[in-house]
Write a protein that binds this ligand. Sequence first.
Ligand code: BES
Ligand code: MN
Ligand code: ZN
Length: 496
Amino acid sequence: MQVILTNQSLTAVEADALYILQFEAEGRPATPSYDAVRAANPEWLAEVESSGEAKGRLFDTTILHRPQGFQAKRLVLVGAGKSDKFDPAVLRRLVGAAVRKAKSNGFAKLVLALDDVYATADFAAAIAEGVHTGNHEVDAHKSKKDERTELVEFKVVTAETPAALQEGFYRGNILGECQNFTRDLANEPGNILTPAVLVARTRAMAETVDGLEVEILDRDRMAQLGMGSLLGVAQGSPLPPFLIIVRYKPATPPTSTDHLALIGKAVTFDTGGVSIKPADGMEKMKYDMAGGAAVLGAMLAIASLKPAIPVTAYVPAVENAIGGNAQRPGDIVTSLSGKTIEVLNTDAEGRLILVDAIEYAKRQGATHMVDVATLTGAIVVALGHIHVGLFSNNDAFRQSVQASAARQGEKMWHMPLDDEYREYLKSPFADIGNIGGRWGGAITAAYFLKEWVGDTPWVHLDIAGTGWLDENKPDMPKGPTGVCVRTFVDLALNWK
Ligand code: BES
Ligand code: MN
Ligand code: ZN
């Protein structure tokens, strides 16, 4: 598929469908594209408006075949909602939805009119992102692909194409593609995407760009270092564990010593271990590596977009399996930092692999850390599938992560992390227990991580509810979402 930004004439451009934004009447901004529709097809538009069939509500579509005065075969008015609520996040969803609908309609060449008022870098980025994420099918393992039309071309038509607009458009193309890379990884089943295969995919990914360096710690190396917490999780599986490290360094040395670490949980399949999960829905636990996948997708984008600060990804990759050698409830392991953990529940494994990665990242010089993990069912209870659960030990850093998330339209909700929660994690026999009882499960999981983080500015993102969609949405089919990729890249690009 070609994704093009051009200043061609709207009336002369050829397309199966030409999309024009239609805002709700109240406060509708005067946009040249909507005016052009009115100028050439006044009766049709007057009827559409007066009949009330298209009110400009978000995702509404009204089609005019063989419009007067346009080369395009169809005009599609897309409801853009209230103009005061319109932002890049809305446009991204609109474009994603339009693309998905167009494919099922059999349209191959699409054009979107981008009017002057909205011709900014961030709107242009959002369009490109929506095109890629909307066009993407998670069908790698279908031998017969869906009949739906392949999108051949998506063109954005603007009055002018200044450099800033082109930069935004370029960035959006990269971000959309990298988010799809993450979605593909997250969708891979546990038999195909083993920890070793994730290593191979990481190496292959790094080969496609300039400036990424991959280092892999294997079981022997991790044992030598003393990563007893991570290795305890891995010991039940015949599949060897790895700690995947991907480094990006800016070409010109940065002026500060800041070094961002992105740490992503990659449990390639989570059976729960001896504290085994119920059978119902267990197949979804293939996406228990969505955090690691998000971090790797972000690194791919970072290598292309080249932020000014160094970023290193740490992805602990293990399978949480059942077997004669699996760790038992009650086992006590010693983590890399020396802290001992009583493994009260082998299904609370994500935190066990993350703390060794966190300690290692600190030793490697991370000054700021963000971890992302499908960590708890409890966050789904708390926030549903709408918000990522966000926890932090540092207000300033939290606010920059939240600012990036807001710019990228990724909803994140700040959760508490008060010291009173430490109580819940007490163990009579070790320094800490790996679970905190029935209540506040997402918080105790985050608090557990915080014990290893110490004072380094840190944000923890629990994506158990947002990394996977159980139902189709207009702009994205059910399955992996690739959440957090855009926020991470935005954070690195806008580092202050
Ligand atoms: N991978 C799961 C969390 C999860 C649940 C992700 C649902 C996606 C959807 C995690 O390893 C886990 O099993 N957590 C336990 C923790 C409990 C044992 C304290 C949970 O949430 O039940
Ligand atoms: Mn688990
Ligand atoms: Zn898990």
